[in-house]
Ligand binder design. Structure first.
Ligand code: SAM
Length: 287
């Protein structure tokens, strides 16, 4: 059993208390891409297809991070114009640097709760793995509704942090088996990550034709190191937890995680599934 620690200073706990804006959980674009961006790149085309993004017109990527979703929209809809917005200056700079289609895709700094766009200025708004990080998701949805044309679509997806996201499930189950205080930090306590959560928000937000479904992907890891090393980069609640451990605790956790993974017998490649809950809804055409 790991020694009990004071966890009040751990950024992940602040996150669970709803103080995400004060955190620096997001900011290192390279580390983000290594930890989570590889998953976003697989998930993004599924959300674009589920949304039914129109072939032409302006599309907003809310919480665009390092750009996975905006790039997927630009790729699949060659006549679209995509704007990505994110509060992280570093992510926005990284997305602009990597942008393969600068004539049609742009990124800017901003907050979903106070969008710097006129009413009805987008055909569709999409948001990938963001809504559970927004302090006031209902306010953000009102903003998305305001900037989307009547009849346009608003969609979002968040990880199923319960059983669906195996990469994190294995990590948090291993951490909680060694350290009872880790259980409180487990991302399965996050808002908007269970079946029905997003569709309830969408219906309460006055959207019509609300449809929710799971989006499933699998990730191939080339080795245990390919899985584990990403947790050492300080990204998200799991990365913040790892950074709070001393060397011995970290070694214990590493061993316990390894024991629980499908490749525990060896060092070879393995595959983990991941599920996100996605929702789409239509902006009413009448006032
Ligand atoms: C898990 S990342 C997802 C990024 C990207 N959509 C992707 O799929 O890779 C969560 C993102 O939400 C952004 N975010 C946090 N609070 C936000 C807010 N109030 N408005 C817009 N984006 C926000 C973060 O900066 C971060 O880029």
């Amino acid at each position: 059993m790991l020694a009990r620690r004071s966890i009040l200073s751990i950024p992940a706990l602040q996150f669970l208390l709803g103080q995400t804006q004060k955190l620096e959980m997001f900011g290192d674009a390279e580390a983000y891409d290594r930890f989570m961006g590889r998953w976003s790149r697989l998930m993004a085309p599924l959300l674009v297809d589920f949304t039914g993004v129109p072939d032409t017109g302006r599309v907003l990527d809310v919480g665009s991070g390092t750009g996975s979703l905006a790039f997927a929209i630009g790729d699949r809809k060659p006549a679209s114009h995509v704007v990505g917005i994110d509060p992280s200056k570093e992510y926005v700079a990284s997305a602009n640097r990597k942008n393969p289609l600068p004539a049609r895709i742009s990124f800017q700094v901003g907050d979903a709760q106070k969008l710097p766009f006129p009413d009805a200025s987008f055909q569709a708004c999409l948001s990938l793995l963001v809504f559970n990080f927004i302090p006031d998701p209902a306010k953000a949805l009102r903003e998305l509704r305001r900037v989307t044309k009547p009849g346009g679509t608003i969609s979002a997806a968040t990880w199923d942090y319960g059983d669906g996201m195996r990469m994190l499930r294995v990590f948090w189950d291993a951490a909680a088996s060694l350290d009872s205080s880790a259980e409180r930090l487990d991302e399965r306590h996050m808002p908007l990550c269970h079946a029905g959560d997003l569709s309830q928000l969408w219906k309460q937000g006055g959207l019509e034709e609300v449809d929710e479904r799971p989006l499933d992907i699998t990730m191939r890891f080339t080795s245990f190191a390919d899985y584990w090393d990403a947790f050492l980069l300080g990204q998200g609640p799991a990365g913040a937890y790892v950074r709070s451990l001393n060397r011995d605790q970290l070694q214990q956790l590493r061993g316990e995680v390894k024991r629980r993974l499908p490749q525990s017998e060896g060092e070879g490649p393995f595959v983990l599934p991941a599920r996100a809950w996605s929702v789409r809804g239509t902006v009413p055409t009448r006032a």
